[in-house]
Design a binder for this molecule. Sequence first.
Ligand code: HEM
Length: 403
Amino acid sequence: MEALAKEPFAFNPFDEETRRDPYPLFARARREHPVFRHEGLPVSSVFLHADCQAILRDPRTWSSMFPTPPGFTPEDVPRSMLVTDPPEHARLRGLVSQAFTPKRVRELAPRIEAIAHELLDQAIARREVDLVEALTYPLPVIVIAEMIGVPAADRGRFKAWSDALVAPLGSVFFSEPSPEMIAEQRRIRAELEEYFVRLVEDRRRSPKDDLLTGLVQAELEGSRLAFDELLAMLILLLVAGNETTTNLIGNAALELLAHPDALADVRADPSLTGAAIEEVLRFSSPVQMDPRLAARDVTVQGVTIPAGEFVLCWLGSANRDETVFERADSFDIRREKQNHLAFGFGPHYCLGASLATLEAEIAVRVLVQRTRSFSRVDAEPLPLHPSIVFRGVTSLPMRLEQA
Ligand code: HEM
C-alpha cells in the first residue's frame, strides 16, 4: 500500500486497465489531485462531485461552445444545443423539450413495454444471444426513431452512423484528429444530411404527428430554426440517446449479475427496478466525462485553469465521491439520497433523462420477469465502448433461461 502511495500520480483515460476499473484511480485522484493538469495539454481533469457540479451549473464561466477541432471546418461540426451556451441554448432546447417532459414520457410506457417483450420473445427463443444486439441497442433506437418519425427499420444504418460519430469523442482533447478521422466524420455527416434532407422534404409536403414535423414547422418559420440547426438537432437526438441508454441497460445487466443479492431483491419485488437503475447510473455511469471550456481564468482547488483551456468533469468519479455518498463503492439499490451527476447538471442536464430511465427500467424489469436466469456465456473480458466518454460494452453474449 505504502509503495503505491509513493508512486507519482498519473491518469491516462485511454489505458485499457484504467477504463475497465477506473474507480481506484478516481479515489486516489479525489484525495491527492482533485484537479489534475494533463501535462503539455490545455486540459485538466476534475474529480470531485462539488467541483463537477459547480462547473456544470455555471455556463458563463464554463462554456459548452468548443472551438472547431484542428483540421475541421465549422460546417463539419453543426451546432446542436449540446454545444451552445445560453441564450441560444434555451431557444434550441425549447423547441423539443415538450416532447421529453416526465408526463409525455410516461405516456410512452406501454409502447416501450411492448417493444421490450417483442425483443425478448426473439431473444429467449434463441437462448444464447448478444444482449446488445438483441435488446440494449434496438430498444432505445426504436423508441427514439418512432418519436422523431424516422423509420425504425433503418436502425442498422443509424447504428453504423452513431458508432462512427461517437467513437472518437473525447480523444480530441488529447490529440489532433488524424486526416482519416476527419474524412470519416465528413463522410458520415454527408450521409446523414442526405438521409434527413429527404425526410424533411417529405414532412414539408405532408406533415405528420411527430417530432420531425414540429421541427420542420419551426424551420419553415425561419427565425426559429435554421436548416443546419435542424440537422444538428436530429443527429443529436438520434445519437445522444442511443449509445448512452444501450450502455445503461447493459451496465444494469452486468451489475445485477455481479450483485446477486440485488438481483434477487429485484426478482422478488419488481417495483425496486427503478431504484436499481438509479444506482446503476451512479455506480457504473454510462457517461463518464463531461467537458467544458474556461471562458476566463478560474482557480479550482488551487489550480488555475487559464481562459481557453478545457476541464473534463469525471462524472464517474463524482458519483463515487465518499463525501456525498455513504459507502460510495457499494452497489446498494436501497440508497435514499441519489444526487448523482450521471445525467449532468445545470442547463445542459440530459433532456432525455426521464426517457432513458424509463426505457432502462422497463428493459430490465421485462428481462428479469421473462427469464428464470440470465448469465454470461463465458468469462472473457467484454469489448469496451471505444470512446473514453462512455462506460459500457459493445457486445454482451448471454444465456437466457425462459421463466
Ligand atoms: C442513460 C442514458 C443517458 C445518459 C447517461 C445521458 C447523459 C447525458 C449527459 C451527461 C448530458 C449532459 C451533457 C452536457 O452537460 O454537456 C446529456 C445531455 C443530453 N442528452 Fe442525454 N443521456 C442519456 C440518454 C438520453 C436520451 C434517451 C436522450 C434523447 C432521446 C438524450 C438526449 C440528450 C440531449 C438532447 C442532451 C443535450 C441537452 C442540452 O444540451 O441541453 N439523452 N445527456
